[in-house]
Ligand binder design. Sequence first.
Ligand code: WT7
Length: 697
Amino acid sequence: MIPEKPPQENVFHGSEELKEAHVPSFDKYRELYMKSVDNPDEFWGDVAKDFFWKTKHTGQFLDYNFDVTKGEIYIKCMEGASTNICYNLLDRNVHEKKLADKVAFFWEGNDPGDELTVTYRELLQRVCQFANVLKAQGVKKGDRVSIYMPMVVELVVAMLACVRIGAVHSIVFAGFSAESLCERIVDSQCCLLITADGFYRGDKLINLKLLADEALQKCRDKGFPVGRCIMLKHLSKEPEGILGSQSPPAKRPCPDLQQEKQAGRVKKTRPVPKVPWNPEVDLCWHALLRGVSDECEPEWCDSEDPLFILYTSGSTGKPKGVLHTVSGYMLYTATTFKVVFDHQPDDVYWCTADIGWITGHSYITYGPLANGATSVLFEGLPTYPDVSRMWEIVDKYNVTKFYTAPTAIRLLMKFGNEPVQRYKRSSLKVLGTVGEPINPEAWQWYYNVVGEKRCPIVDTFWQTETGGHVLTPLPAATPMKPGSATLPFFGVVPAILNESGEELEGPSEGYLVFKQPWPGVMRTVYGSHERFESTYFKKFPGYYVTGDGCRRDKDGYFWVTGRIDDMLNVSGHLLSTAEVESSLVEHEAVAEAAVVGRPHPVKGESLYCFVTLNDGVMYNSELEAELKKQVREKIGAIATPDYIQNAPGLPKTRSGKIMRRLLRKIACDERELGDVSTLADSTVVEQLFQNRCCTAV
Ligand code: WT7
């Protein structure tokens, strides 16, 4: 399965500087991989020794059924053992590993100069305090708590406070709409919402509390009233300081105007949002913390107790609440972080993702903290106040390991090399990407210009469902090929299947599946185990189906080719065409809608929407703007349509199924249509070609 010898042709090799790496050679990788699949219990058992267990596990280390024909699908890791992740992330590092004064996070705000440093000791204290606040609010083990916050340290505090008391966090990305938040709160039956007054994305003010209020109103309308909403004052200049009432660090250190001017920027005075306040529901984060103890005994949880729910788009219907559990997820995120980024004690690591996505969960919070790492937590944008911001931050904190998405690389690439070269970047050692296949041009630019040919690139393939990296190079061990996520991580057994479900050997292309679980794989879809089984296990009994297509080359390397279901990948985020379509159809003017992806130079894919209007309705730019707004409001800004085309008819098969394949051709103006024998009315296609949208709306 893993080639005996690493490939020699057309490959890039890891850096000389990484000789002391955790996995220093291809042979070592192969040896450890073999052990991880031949004897997973021993392999993961060794990993588990580094963590704290209140009680030992009983029975098998990893127990599972992946075959729907043999009964219910289940995955259990270390069942019977009890532990607490928050304890392992914080107390263990503070007390056992003597990392109390080590920096956990360098928080870097949206505006340069807005910054904060938090050590492991401080983080532990804040988390315990807030855990006590949650307890005082009656939150108990197993309760779900929804978190809708910007990228601030308190987001980590809120999530770990939940974990400390055994509550299950459900974080909703702050770029999602009120409607999406409401849908997620109701689905996971959350008892409490934690949010903030607002935040800035570049120059734009996002009044988060307004959106949270709107979501809570929608919840009430649906008969699911949420009793309490805790709001952090992030923007208002309260004297309490950003982390609460004790030892306030200067929350917004006054910018040294002289310095700012030299750097060519004068900091603007930011207006603070007006926050609506409903005393029956709303609680102030800072007021709740006053006088609260900073010690809190962790709730000891079983390995298979739920840890968190995170929603991901489903190809049919509403988003799925992916559920991860305690121990397997902890072991897996800790190990992938350590090995894939080759974490060393003096590293400064920076993952640019938002914690609202799985990348942020696994590789800002859980994996790094489990390793006692120092991370940058960045609130802002790669292009604000200018397109050098990323590299400025790299130099400011001497970042050694840097993890971002292909869409960000493509965006910055457009501005050329100068904004990168304005900064030294000499601290960088490993670069990573995640979210979608990286095109070779972007890979080359990242490697040559950003990393100056010195830094290996780890192209990590994984999913919300997989919990952590599943296909990835290891920086000192795996020769790299631009655009390939290379080979499986420890414990992961990939296969490629054809349409009839047969495993293909050697160079081949087909469905990417996994044959056995690894500790971090999801356990169920919250509230619907049936949906879990039918989405991932029904199509090919015995396998976990990723939904991605994949090619394997002669060296055994995997090349993920993208989704093969009706999902789109916009800027590294999955969107379901069905969801966008249903928000278009909800508009009174629209009878039918079909959405396809059109390749986009920065975002990877953009949304091209075809709408059939109700009889008598005229298509005009006003309607177009309304439709665009409607989708934004229903789902969120990432789902904003790029193109909307008036489609008096849609190409359908004789049985009435929309032929998306043809719509994709129309969106891209490709006239080679292939087989159209099943098409009911071919004049429809010609008409759509004639009226194509050439410019984005
Ligand atoms: C889908 C999962 C994993 C965190 C971010 C997205 C695509 C992800 C890669 C990669 C090719 C990739 C796949 C996958 N994807 N990483 N390195 N190469 N494709 O999480 O929202 O659950 O999306 O993202 O299509 O199925 P997600």
